[in-house]
Ligand binder design. Sequence first.
Ligand code: SF4
Length: 491
Amino acid sequence: MSNFENLLSKPSSNGREARLGSITGYHGCVSDLCERSACGGLKNRERCFSQSSTCISMCAGQQLLGIRDIAIVSHAPSGCCSSAASAAVLSQQLAFLIGETNRSVLVGTDLDENDTVFGALESLRKISIETFKTHRPNALFLTSSCVSGVIGEDIDSLADDLREELGIPVESVHCEGFKSRIWASGFDAADHAVLRGIVKPPKEKRPVINFKNFFESQRTQISQIFAELGVKTQFLYMNSTVEELEHISESLATVCVCGTLGTYLGNGLEELYGVPYVRTINFSGITGFETWMRKIGEVIGKEAETDTFLKRERDKYLPQIEAFKKELEGLTAVIGMGPGYTYEVSRVLQELGIKTVWAAAWHYDYKYDNGQNPPALEYLRKHAPDDIGVSIADMQNYELLNILNTLKPDLYFSRHPGSTVWAIKQGITSVYFADEYTAFGYRGTLELARYIADSIKNRSFEKNLAARVRLPYTDWWYRNASDSMLLQEAR
Ligand code: SF4
């Protein structure tokens, strides 16, 4: 039995700690991280104090809500569903942008103390049937939570019964918050349910590329690029339909915006159905875009067309990027992002002449589901002029503020607004990298360069805010915090 046949024979995907050896605590540098990953000597460092982070249940729910016209019944207390409203609205708005509607809903079972003692599987059953009658979804997902996990509710058997009864795909999704500290395990839980319950074995090959992403801001541009290469694009999961997902095993290849998001589905489709998974560094920046496009061209047999496209785009944008580099050269930056983008963005900044002095990633998968190190980190190990300081910080803002206070960079880059705010309060200009396509290809790299140049021209907002805000961190704390000492050690 292959790895994924074994994984999918069970109702639950393992958390990343167990499956990929992922960690959430580390201080060191790129070369050390790569070496320890290669020799198996990488150990997680425990914190004696932790700030809150996020939960795999919310992550799985947000992924699945992007699929059009499905329903999720979350077997959880009401608080666990707190992010559902914003996720549902986002999915509706992104469907509207492409002229579609998304009727997907998330309904919670509102578990209370009584349910915790006596169980509430019958409630879950009734609510699932009522949700089906009311919303007529094309698939139903029963998601778990810490509470339903702790009391051992058998959502798998119920899903089997309801599949028979309702005549649509019904799948359990094991995303108990305590199962993993790494919220990306929620991506895997959603992928596991889709691979188990929705995707069908291929009947024929189709000229389609599976494209896994988050918010699709470059949907039109990407569709045009691949149309030029003679293939259609199947975006996942946002705005996909259950029927489209049934056929993703028939595609020519799977690509993803980052390895963290794509590892489970990409490797699963490759191993189970022979759909090649493109694992290069991603499309951010110049080298990233060229490496990524060329690999896709090779996989779909369109090398010549890819080269023609790249040459045309290079001639158009590279001179403009070069002109901006003069304004940016010599700046220093700290990055705080997820484990994929931290290293991808470090590479892009290097191309723009900005020196990354510290890279803080929220977790680290020391291998992906194919057993290899993340390619963006490997690229930095081979091509960064200096070793880069690294911490695995699990969204621990107090550690990040210590790093920023010690290194005092010109810029802070983040993909999560919660940490950006704190950097600005310290007086550091922050660039919010919310859109996964911020540095997409040559054009995106040019726009990023322009955005950074604008950000450093006028720093009065950060200066004024920092002068008026009293942070909870004292000078004494900065001097004495143990992580700061570790930071000095690592430098
Ligand atoms: S599933 Fe657990 S960790 Fe997640 S929101 Fe609910 S109680 Fe919190």
